[in-house]
Design a protein around this ligand. Sequence first.
Ligand code: NAD
Length: 557
Amino acid sequence: MNQSSQGRARLSVPEWFPKGVALLRDPTLNKGMAFTEDERDALGIRGLLPAHVLSQEEQVARVLENFRQKPTNLEKFINLAALHDRNEALFFRIVMDNPDEMMPIIYTPTVGLACQRFGHIFQRPRGLFISAKDKGRIGNILRNWPYRDVAMIVVTDGERILGLGDLGANGMGIPVGKLALYTACAGIHPTQCLPVVLDMGTNNEALLSDPLYIGLHEKRLTGSAYDEIVDEFITATQRVFPGSVVQFEDFANHNAFRLLEKYRNGICTFNDDIQGTAAVALSGMLSALRITGGKLSRQKILFFGAGEAATGIADLTVAAMVSEGCSLADARRNCWLVDSKGLVVASRTGLVAHKQPYAHEHAPISDFPTAVRTLKPTAIIGVAAVGGTFTPEVLQDMARINERPIVFALSNPTTQSECTAEEAYRWTDGRALFACGSPFDPVTQGGRMHVPRQGNNSYIFPGVGLAAVATRATRVTDEMFMAAARALAAQVSEEDLAQGSLYPPLPKVREVSAHIATAVAAVVYAQGFATVPQPADLLSFMRAQMYDPHYPSYVDR
Ligand code: NAD
């Protein structure tokens, strides 16, 4: 314990704790003008701050005043990023207390725009940038990271950022945003979170010719050269941060599926685009069926898109149907895919492995509206990142076929959404059971207010991550995502359903994540993948792990 310069307050922090300007410049410890009089004396910062001491609540009010005056969402994004770099506790306090307002800025849709403009709005680096030039020294780069307790890594190679395509190293905005949600929504401590971009080059000509593009100005690495970098990275993560969870994010699907298969039985890893999306969509369907009273295994689901999201959702839904007693063959036959070449049918040649289980015997159909009219699905799920494809005609057909059509427009960001909430309700006479990937405002249709909620994996991945980190899990399995889907659906109240909401309100997301983490952790223990003893009360254990952004006191009196 150190004696303060005034001789009254005693430091409650260790000897090595930063002091003076170093403390003010450390975003994980900085409190800005909220440092107390005693702290200012004891930590050598008197005079480095204006005399007035603010409470965290007063700081929140000041930040919100500035934030709300910003004329565009991109400027709001930049404003929050700067706060994140300056004072993490205040940043998380604001995000946690205002999730409806803040999540669309730090995550989809605004993060998509921020990634497109990344080089032009760049102020301070966040996360680790590992490039194709770093072969042989990736472990050393990981050791450059200032925090040693890393437990959750989100990595992208930037090739399929949201529905915006190849944004190269600009894709860093996604791991940064996603990890902010791991902290805000599930309380994983900020210093346990590591965002990484594997800069393999880019095939985006606009970026290659932009002098302010932040990444390698080279075409993408492919083949074994690409695989060697990924392999060196994965090996290094487990050497430098043993047991850390590695979440793959926004890889193009030609890499996403095979990398997941390659690593999922060796380390604690998952691909959120495949598995997290699957769980959030399945959960939405389970909620919709609470309204219609139908059985999951009686649904016929037509996907627009046949990539990571579509086949991930189909695979988990099939597993859930099988758990209801349906045969595997029948369950698969309930799921149909439309890709850029039309309906995926058995006569199509050269289909990649993830589409094959859904290539049923059927005459070819070249377009989605005809597929809807022919197959008469109970649910359509849009995950092709082609905006506006749920046309009035498609929606009217769904409303003719079904009393309560299930319509999920999950593509992100908002520009790629298959339809808006207003369109979904208008063209189905307000009968659609609707969910969307990006946020939409409530819609009044026929005198009733419908409150659409985001079918976004941000409801799922924070809780799954918390469970994996808290139990020090060695694997993440499909059964854990099934448990997450069911736990999320169980958090949807009758009041939510009455207003057409298939997900709980965002302000409940921390409580929801605690329940998801509890359900997932129960599977981690049941499957023998935990490496810490099982606590008696899992829910209390999860709650106790969660980061609290209130400022700690650095002095004792
Ligand atoms: P992906 O690249 O793996 O798959 C895209 C699929 O769309 C491919 O099968 C492709 O053939 C198909 N496609 C492309 N153009 C088409 C067209 N004109 N007609 C029919 N099919 C076409 O991408 P993904 O990971 O599956 O993501 C797709 C979209 O889903 C993105 O917009 C992404 O942001 C969104 N998504 C949303 C969530 C969420 O939580 N809501 C989660 C994951 C992905």
